[in-house]
Design a protein around this ligand. Structure first.
Ligand SMILES: [Cu+2]
Length: 89
């Protein structure tokens, strides 16, 4: 999980300069003014992880990264990646 011009830090650290990654799986971006949901479509990397191994059923899936702040709310302006489509075999 890549990031430029910002740092990665664990959840709970109040800073405008760092946040933690959220991986959105098979969903569109959530509302940008609310806490990012936490479920199988919205994976939080609250320990500050920058890589992860995930398991997905075979078929097409979309992945998108969204950075969240100490309270899992996107920054203003929000930082997110392009949505990519992958095929799991
Ligand atoms: Cu989070």
């Amino acid at each position: 999980m890549g990031l430029r011009n910002m740092g990665v830090c664990p959840k709970g650290i109040e800073s405008t300069k760092c946040g933690h990654h959220h991986l959105l799986v098979d969903v569109d971006l959530p509302p940008m003014d609310k806490e990012i949901p936490s479920d199988k479509n919205h994976l939080h990397f609250g320990a500050g992880e920058t890589d992860a191994r995930i398991e997905l059923p075979p078929g097409k899936h979309t992945l998108q990264l969204l950075l969240g702040d100490a309270k899992h709310v996107p920054f203003d302006p929000p930082l997110y990646s392009k949505k990519i489509t992958i095929t799991v075999k």
